[in-house]
Design a protein around this ligand. Structure first.
Ligand SMILES: Cc1cc2nc3c(=O)[nH]c(=O)nc-3n(C[C@H](O)[C@H](O)[C@H](O)COP(=O)(O)OP(=O)(O)OC[C@H]3O[C@@H](n4cnc5c(N)ncnc54)[C@H](O)[C@@H]3O)c2cc1C
Length: 293
């Protein structure tokens, strides 16, 4: 690792001032679980590292005015242990509880995961199913955008060099909304996503589906919303019979997204089980089933 200046600002204002001084050439570190490896392996060279993990004002999860607002420095453990997330946003809870190991969840932040934008990253798929937005701040001001727009391409976001991601927010799930997330990996611990699926379903009082947000991860440069599956679900009753055909639809979509990849046959088959289990969790969240469809 080559020598660099190292700063540990205690406030957001101090951090934004430093980022402005270095005119976009500084490297931000939050939990450090991705960036320290990149620096050590010299995949990234820098003259300056700004470690933001002492900025307490960026570590929170609050529900206000119908929205869930999560500070960028909130760790996966914070979210895993948050009673509101556990009870009301089961898709996000399950996502956070299955990131890496306890050590990684204690250090890794949701902001770092979103900005790192790995194809195998867990939270972008789930946050996209929640239709989340991000808040970016610099010394010059504040920008907000939908997470779908934040991702430009493979490993590329629309964050500027002098900006920090400060917050992620989404609508608090209302009555009649259920969420679920699952990932398929090659082992039981420290699972890296092979295929990830995250779903939000909203139903009315007669159990008819009024809204569906279905996002697949691990098969394209950024997680992909699946309008074909979403359109199929709208207007249908929440039931095992409605959800069962989604496995075949997802399998066909995944096959068409990565037609020439060696992993295609495995992912195409694997996503069927992921679909059954994830929709099964939606049924459980609605109190209409015991899992699987
Ligand atoms: C053993 C191991 C297992 C892992 N398992 C998983 C897993 O199961 N699922 C998964 O998704 N990831 C996994 N990861 C990757 C990593 O832990 C996550 O991506 C984590 O959320 C990164 O957060 P961090 O705070 O450590 O980010 P850092 O490493 O500090 O930063 C990551 C990137 O984001 C930038 N950044 C961070 N915060 C901000 C901010 N607020 N504003 C602007 N830029 C910012 C940094 O400059 C850097 O480019 C694993 C990593 C390891 C080492």
């Amino acid at each position: 690792m080559r020598a660099f200046n190292f700063y540990t600002p205690k406030t957001l204002a101090e951090a934004l001032e430093l980022l402005a001084q270095y005119k976009g050439s500084a490297t931000v570190a939050a939990g450090g679980t991705d960036i320290v490896i990149e620096l050590k392996e010299r995949r990234r060279n820098t003259d300056c590292v700004i470690s933001i993990n002492k900025i307490k004002e960026l570590r929170y999860c609050e529900v206000a005015a119908g929205q869930v607002r999560i500070g960028a420095l909130t760790t996966f453990s914070d979210l895993e242990n948050n009673p509101y997330i556990k009870d009301k946003v089961k898709g996000l809870h399950s996502c956070c509880a299955h990131v890496g190991s306890p050590q990684i969840r204690n250090l890794g932040t949701i902001g770092g995961n979103v900005v790192n934008c790995s194809v195998a990253g867990d939270s972008p798929t789930t946050l996209m199913a929640l239709d989340a937005s991000v808040v970016l701040r610099s010394k010059a001001g504040k920008r907000e955008m939908k997470l779908t727009d934040f991702y430009a391409d493979r490993k590329k976001t629309r964050i500027a060099g002098d900006e920090l991601l400060t917050e992620i927010y989404f609508d608090a799930p209302a009555k009649g909304v259920a969420t679920a997330t699952m990932k398929l990996g090659k082992r039981k611990a420290l699972v890296i996503v092979v295929v990830g699926l995250s779903i939000l379903v909203e139903k009315d009082d007669s159990d008819s589906i009024t809204r569906a947000q279905v996002v697949v991860g691990g098969v394209s440069p950024k997680p992909a919303r699946l309008p074909k599956v979403e359109e199929y679900l709208i207007g249908k009753p929440v039931s095992k019979n409605t959800f069962a055909p989604c496995a075949g639809m997802l399998s066909d979509i995944v096959g068409s997204m990565i037609p020439t990849r060696a992993s295609m046959p495995y992912k195409r088959e694997g996503v069927k089980g992921v679909s059954d289990k994830t929709f099964g969790r939606i049924l459980v969240d609605f109190g209409l089933g015991e899992g699987g469809c």
